[in-house]
Design a protein around this ligand. Structure first.
Ligand code: ATP
Ligand code: MG
Length: 569
């Protein structure tokens, strides 16, 4: 388990209050067992991160354990690729599912035998029946909010008849859709989930784990609560869309407990609100669409709000946990601004990230009075607030790269950087005075000229004699590392893509990816994949974990130093 000084202390919330109360009453003998139950039908996204942090975080703080359970009951959509990516994502976020040497990694598909056995029991007890209506007939007899549903003409089949049909469903004697198993609850319930929900359906589909063993598959609502009870889960934490399913969750478990299959207390389902992040989407379907329609470069595109995407972008697991801690766990649906995630990253990396200099939009600066063919070494702290982390060194020579925006031929009012006649300090180097610029035949500036003051070097006594209003950064042309740098920005330009029935694709930000050739201080060449830096004045950057090669890192901008999106109030 990663513990990091940037992890905020756990803030209490209504779920923790329930657990505290349970512990006071000794409901679970002080045991806390939660689970994170993804369906392996897609990549995890930043919304799932909240659920992961809530479930694993609570288990950690109460000395319990959180199970990782794959909720794999839809054979057509699930795969090992997704299982592997989910395992990776949870581990990367800093959580694990081990306790006292036991690995709590589970698959609902491992419970198929038990689920089947319990279904037969429900049938024997007259609590489930085989319905032979078509899907269309079932839809039509379901009723509406105002009207109760109608009982199926097959509702009163005897347990023997149901058992026989159910066994033949399992044996593959019927076609898909010919029969389903339904719980016999109440077609007049105001809660639709209680109107004789389907428990099993026929699917002649190959399952990535059970192969062709089964041609009937249990439904989510039945599988989920039984899995929780089989694993002795105490608190089953899920998002609000399951609130209306809770009576069904309790109904199944109570029937099976009455029959001695489970002991009480039974796991308690508790719902909290989903995480919605502005300028992002957290719908698996829409994420899939972005990938399949090539709006992005795959699931791990650094602009994607998937866990693999934010990892590749350079977000740290600590920053994601920090954001999740900062977002309250409540029952109120709300949108969290992207700036909260970006702020968490800045807060995490400001302390950790070594500094480096990068010139992203290079313009040549020529120091005409600096001797040709020579150079000297300048140094700068690895971290301005931590002298103990040492210094980095880089050459200073006659030709340097500076940012194009650091020169104006005709300065705007209040511009203190380079313009003819003005002096600036080259950070960690010398004071120079601008003498002019070269232009090509179209009038574009191709190089800036200046003279330097040999006694003005930073860190020497002479430096104090120079008072300048502007300081700019630079990289010596000789020795500079010319690198590919990808300037990423938010994937969407609207805070709520697709809000109000609009097409979410229309909100894509056309400027979300820009690739530049930049000049970096020589030491940046040594960056390993996933090393993070603050490029002074520019923001936080990471060496791309896929495209970087030894001695040739490619950098991604994680986030700029300041938030340019949030409008001042
Ligand atoms: P679907 O069920 O439509 O395939 P899902 O996003 O709910 O998609 P699951 O694999 O079922 O995906 O999710 C696993 C867990 O993550 C569930 O407990 C779910 O409640 C939780 N979860 C999913 N999206 C969010 C979100 N945006 N915020 C918080 N928790 C989420
Ligand atoms: Mg779900």
């Amino acid at each position: 388990m990663n513990t990091d000084r940037n992890d905020a202390p756990a803030v209490t919330n209504f779920i923790r209050n329930i657990i505290d109360e349970d512990n006071r009453n000794d409901k679970w003998s002080q045991r806390v067992e939660t689970r994170f139950p993804p369906e392996p039908n897609g990549y995890l996204h930043i919304g799932h991160a909240k659920s992961i942090c809530v479930n694993f975080g609570i288990a950690r703080d109460y000395g319990g354990v959180c199970h990782l359970r794959f909720d794999d009951t839809n054979p057509e959509k699930e795969s090992v690729e997704y299982v592997d990516s989910i395992i990776d994502a949870v581990k990367w976020l800093g959580f694990d599912w081990n306790k006292d040497g036991t690995e709590h990694l589970y698959f609902a598909s491992d419970y198929y035998d038990k689920l089947y056995e319990f279904a037969e029991l429900l049938i024997e007890r007259g609590q489930a029946y085989v319905d032979s209506q078509s899907a269309e007939e079932m839809r039509l007899t379901r009723g509406s909010a105002q009207e109760p549903g109608k009982n199926s003409p097959f509702r009163d089949r005897t347990p023997q008849e149901n058992l026989d049909l159910f066994r033949r469903m399992k044996a593959g004697e019927f076609k898909e859709g010919e029969h389903v198993l339904r719980a016999k609850i109440d077609m007049a319930s105001p809660n639709f989930n209680m109107r004789d929900p389907v428990v099993y359906r026929i699917r002649f589909a190959h399952h990535y784990r059970t192969g062709d063993t089964w041609c009937i598959y249990p439904m989510y609502d039945y599988t989920h609560c039984v899995s929780d009870a089989l694993e002795n889960i105490t608190h089953s934490l899920c998002t609000l869309e399951f609130e209306d399913h809770r009576p069904l969750y309790d109904w199944f478990l109570n029937q099976l407990a009455d029959d001695g299959k489970f002991t009480r207390p039974l796991p308690q389902q508790i719902e909290f609100s989903r995480l919605n992040l502005t300028y992002a989407i957290t719908s698996k379907r829409k994420l899939l669409q972005l990938v399949t329609e090539n709006h992005v470069d795959g699931w791990d595109d650094p602009r994607m709000p998937t866990i693999v995407g934010v990892r590749r972008r350079g977000f740290t697991p600590e920053s994601i946990r920090l954001m999740c801690d900062r977002v309250a766990v409540t029952k109120v649906d709300s949108w969290i601004d992207m700036s909260v995630l970006e702020g968490a990253l800045r807060d995490d990396l400001d302390e950790k990230a070594p500094r480096a200099i990068a010139v992203l939009d290079p313009l040549k600066l020529i120091i005409d009075n600096y001797p040709e063919g020579t150079s000297e070494t300048c140094s700068a702290p690895v971290h301005p607030h931590h002298p103990e982390r040492g210094t980095r060194e880089f050459p200073f020579s006659r030709e340097l790269w500076i940012e194009r925006e650091d020169f104006q031929e005709v300065p705007k009012k209040g511009y203190f950087r380079l313009f003819p006649g003005n002096k600036v300090r080259l950070k960690y180097g010398f004071v120079v005075e601008c003498t002019g610029a070269d232009k090509d035949e179209h009038g574009n500036i191709t190089a800036v000229h200046c003279t330097y003051f040999p006694d003005s070097r930073s860190g020497t006594e002479g430096a104090n004699g120079y008072k300048v209003k502007g300081t700019i950064h630079w990289v010596s042309a000789e020795g500079a590392y010319e690198a590919e740098v990808r300037i990423y920005d938010r994937l969407f330009k609207e805070p709520q893509p697709g809000a109000g029935g609009a097409e979410f694709l229309d909100a894509l930000n056309p400027d979300s990816k820009r690739i530049v050739r930049a000049y970096l201080e020589p030491g940046a060449r040594q960056a390993n994949a996933e090393d993070r830096y603050q490029f002074e004045r520019h923001g936080y950057f990471v060496a791309d974990r896929i495209d970087s090669k030894p001695g040739m890192p490619v950098f991604n901008r994680i986030v700029s130093l300041r938030d340019s999106w949030t409008k001042p109030a």
